[in-house]
Design a protein around this ligand. Structure first.
Ligand code: FAD
Length: 320
């Protein structure tokens, strides 16, 4: 069974929201207001991204702290490990630990803007596996560790024809297993628009003994140019029916957003039928599409603002 996890006690679908650090102070204020509203719908956690090479380190740390202790949502901070000395990585981990954050998404990272290759700093880490090992050896079981998984294989493994060879796909899976064996608790996937590819990926992971929850990363299509940019960057397959549906409406932003909500909803329905009860929404710091998908799925009720506790004791979401 391709069970991706969820709440084993009541079979409820659990969902999470991802945000990134805005560029301006006003943007940060707006983000907190939006986050506060979105958290009222009870996501199991929210996460904040980390700029490649530590480019947003201070801001990400500050936002993560406020998410955990001011917005009072279970928080996961992304952390990339390349182009960064180990001391800087430990500073980040110590800081979130002292702020009561217990969840990290351990990543290699992409090269910083303007560079096409990442640099392994002297004595530093080369890949996410190194970071997972480091976190487990230095911090024991304190952190719940999530890692990235790639249903279509990592873009580096994808050829000019847009697909990974079966050999590269298999190598990618085996490497993912090493990240889990080294101590990762959870996998969140890269965005995808072909649900069958995701379902096959989950089954392939199970076949090679990856048993942790695998959470589908869903990025609602908000505008056509952004969609092309992201799918191009990540080398994501665009199914023919999605391309055909978008072509006649590509200049109508509202119609594109409505289609994105419809598509996101249908993808999730198909995934849930296969016993997967988790959902990670790449919000791109926007609220409407993510909430509309959750409403369509019957997972939230906008008329009910269920948030009541002003403070929640931090708990680790991935470990008992
Ligand atoms: P790794 O897991 O280290 O490796 C990437 C690929 O390289 C592997 O899939 C494998 O094919 C190959 N590989 C690496 N090491 C080995 C090895 N030893 N043996 C064999 N193969 C190997 N980027 C950011 O900068 N900030 C973020 O906040 C951020 N958040 C993300 C969240 C999610 C859910 C995802 C899916 C991606 C995110 N990224 C982020 C992008 C990510 O940094 C890039 O995709 C990066 O290129 C790879 O990171 P990784 O952790 O998957 O790398």
């Amino acid at each position: 069974n391709a069970n991706g996890g969820g709440d084993p006690n009541n079979n409820r679908v659990v969902f999470s929201f991802e945000f990134f650090p805005p560029k301006t102070e006003d943007g940060v204020d707006n983000l907190f207001e939006r986050m506060d509203r979105m958290v009222s719908h009870n996501p199991s956690f929210c996460d904040i991204t980390w700029g490649a090479g530590g480019s947003t380190a201070d801001l990400t740390l500050d936002i993560a702290n406020k998410m955990q202790n001011m917005i009072c949502v279970e928080t996961m901070m992304h952390l990339t490990c390349t182009n960064m000395p180990v001391e800087k990585i430990d500073h980040a981990l110590q800081t979130i630990k002292s702020n009561g954050i217990q969840n990290v998404l351990a990543l290699r990272g992409d090269p910083p803007h303007g560079q096409d290759k990442f640099v392994q700093v002297e004595g530093g880490f080369a890949c996410a596996l190194d970071l997972v090992k480091h976190i487990r050896s230095k911090y024991g079981d304190y952190f719940g560790i999530t890692v990235a998984g790639y249903p279509e294989a990592h873009p580096d493994m994808i050829g000019s024809d847009g697909v990974a060879t079966s050999e590269n796909y298999q190598k990618d899976l085996e490497y993912l297993k090493r990240k889990v064996d080294a101590g990762a608790d959870l996998i969140i996937t890269q965005l995808f628009y072909d649900t069958d590819i995701f379902l096959k990926f989950v089954n392939d992971c199970r076949q090679i003994g990856i048993n942790c929850p695998i959470v589908p990363g869903i990025m609602p299509i908000n505008n056509y140019k952004g969609f092309l940019r992201m799918t191009g960057f990540c080398k994501t397959k665009i199914p023919a029916e999605v391309a055909a549906a978008l072509e006649p409406i590509k200049d109508n932003e509202e119609a594109v957003r409505a289609y994105g909500i419809h598509l996101g909803t249908e993808m999730c329905k198909k995934i849930f039928v296969h016993g997967i009860k988790t959902l990670h929404l790449y919000t791109l710091n926007m609220e409407k599409s993510a909430l509309a998908i959750l409403m369509n799925l019957g997972l939230i009720d906008e008329s009910k603002i269920t948030r009541s506790l002003p403070w929640r004791r931090p708990t680790n979401v991935f470990r008992a």
